[in-house]
Design a protein around this ligand. Structure first.
Ligand code: HEC
Ligand code: HEC
Ligand code: HEC
Ligand code: HEC
Length: 204
C-alpha cells in the first residue's frame, strides 16, 4: 500500500527526469554545434571590421603580410585577438571583450576618426598588455618556437630568436609591436613594421 503510493509518485518523477535528460542531451548536442557556429561567425574578420572601420584601420591591416602573402596563409582578426587554445579561455575572452566592445560602442561610442585617434594609444596599450600577459599565445598558435628553423631565417630573426625558450625571454609583441597595425604616423604602410615601433629590447 505504502509502496504503491510511493511507486505512483516515483513513476512520473522518473519519467520527468528521463524527459529532461533526453531534451538536455538533444539540446546539448545542438547547443554545442550552434554555439560553435556562433563563436566561429563572431570571430569573423568582417564582423570585427563592421565596427573597426576608423581611419582605414582595417584597410591598412589588409596591406600587411598577415592578410596576403606568398603562401596564402591568412591571419584574420580573431586569429590574433581570440585565443582558441582552450574553450574556456575563448568563451571568457568572447564574453568579456564582446560585452565590453558592444557596450562601449553603443554607450561610450568611438564613431569618428577623431575619436579613434583620441582613444588609439589607450586601446593599443590594452591590446599590448593582453599579449604580454598571455605571452603572445595566439601568435604561438601559428608560429611554434620549437618548429622555427632558425638557420633558415634572416640574420635579424636568427639572432634575436636565440633567446626564445629561455626563462625571461621577451614575448613576441615586445619586438613585433605593430605587426598587424602599422602606425599611421610612422611608416609608409607596406605592412612590414617588425620591431619598428619599439625595437627589440636588448636582443644581442
Ligand atoms: C559592436 C562594435 C564592435 C565589434 C563588432 C568589435 N569591436 Fe572591438 N572594439 C569596439 C570598441 C568601441 C572598442 C573600444 C573599447 C574601449 O573604448 O575600451 C573596441 C576595442 C577593441 C580592441 C582594443 C583592446 C581592448 O580590448 O579594448 C581590440 C583588440 C578589439 N576591439 C578587437 C576586436 C575583434 C578581434 C573583433 C572581432 C572578433 C571586434 N573587436 C569586434 C567595437 C567593436
Ligand atoms: C593564423 C596564423 C598566424 C598568426 C595567428 C600569426 N601569424 Fe605571423 N605569420 C603568419 C604567416 C603565414 C606568415 C608569413 C607571411 C609571409 O609569407 O610573408 C607570418 C609572418 C610573420 C612575420 C614575418 C613577416 C613580417 O611581416 O614581418 C612576423 C614577424 C610574424 N608573423 C609575427 C607574428 C606575431 C607577433 C603574431 C601575434 C601577434 C603573429 N605573427 C600571428 C601566420 C600567423
Ligand atoms: C628579442 C626580439 C624578438 C623577439 C622576442 C621575437 N622576435 Fe621575431 N624577429 C625579431 C627580429 C629582429 C626579426 C628580423 C627582422 C624582421 O623580420 O623584420 C624577427 C623576425 C621574425 C620572423 C620572420 C623570420 C624570417 O626570417 O622569415 C618571424 C616569423 C618572427 N620573428 C616571429 C616571432 C614570434 C612568433 C615570436 C614570439 C614567439 C618572436 N618572433 C619573438 C625579433 C624578435
Ligand atoms: C597578426 C596578429 C594580428 C592580427 C591579424 C590583428 N591584430 Fe589587432 N593587434 C595585434 C597586436 C599585436 C596589437 C597590439 C598593438 C600593436 O602592436 O599594434 C593589436 C592591436 C589592436 C587594436 C588596438 C588599437 C591599435 O591601433 O593598436 C585593435 C582595435 C585591433 N588590434 C583590432 C584588430 C582588428 C579589427 C583586426 C582585423 C581587421 C586585427 N586587430 C587583426 C595583432 C593583430
Amino acid at each position: 500500500m505504502a509502496s504503491k503510493g510511493s511507486g505512483s509518485a516515483a513513476r512520473p518523477g522518473l519519467f520527468f527526469v528521463a524527459i529532461v535528460l533526453v531534451v538536455g542531451l538533444i539540446g546539448g548536442v545542438f547547443g554545442t554545434g550552434f554555439s560553435g557556429v556562433v563563436l566561429h561567425q563572431t570571430s569573423d574578420t568582417e564582423f570585427c571590421v563592421s565596427c573597426h572601420v576608423y581611419e582605414d584601420f582595417a584597410e591598412r591591416f589588409k596591406t600587411t603580410s598577415h592578410w596576403n602573402n606568398a603562401r596564402g596563409v591568412r591571419a584574420g582578426c580573431g586569429d590574433c585577438h581570440i585565443p582558441e587554445h582552450s574553450w574556456w579561455t575563448m568563451i571568457r575572452e568572447k564574453a568579456y571583450m564582446g560585452t565590453k566592445d558592444v557596450w562601449q560602442y553603443f554607450i561610450g561610442g568611438i564613431d569618428t576618426p577623431a575619436e579613434f585617434r583620441q582613444h588609439r594609444e589607450r586601446l593599443r596599450k590594452t591590446a599590448t598588455d593582453w599579449f604580454v600577459a598571455n605571452d603572445s599565445i595566439t601568435c604561438r598558435s601559428c608560429h611554434a618556437v620549437e618548429a622555427m628553423k632558425l638557420e633558415a631565417q634572416g640574420p635579424g630573426g636568427r639572432g634575436a630568436h636565440q633567446v626564445l625558450g629561455t626563462p625571461n625571454a621577451p614575448t613576441c609583441v615586445a619586438c613585433h609591436g605593430g605587426i598587424a597595425h602599422p602606425d599611421p604616423e610612422s611608416d609608409g604602410g607596406d605592412g612590414d613594421t617588425t620591431a619598428a615601433r619599439d625595437g627589440p629590447p636588448d636582443a644581442s
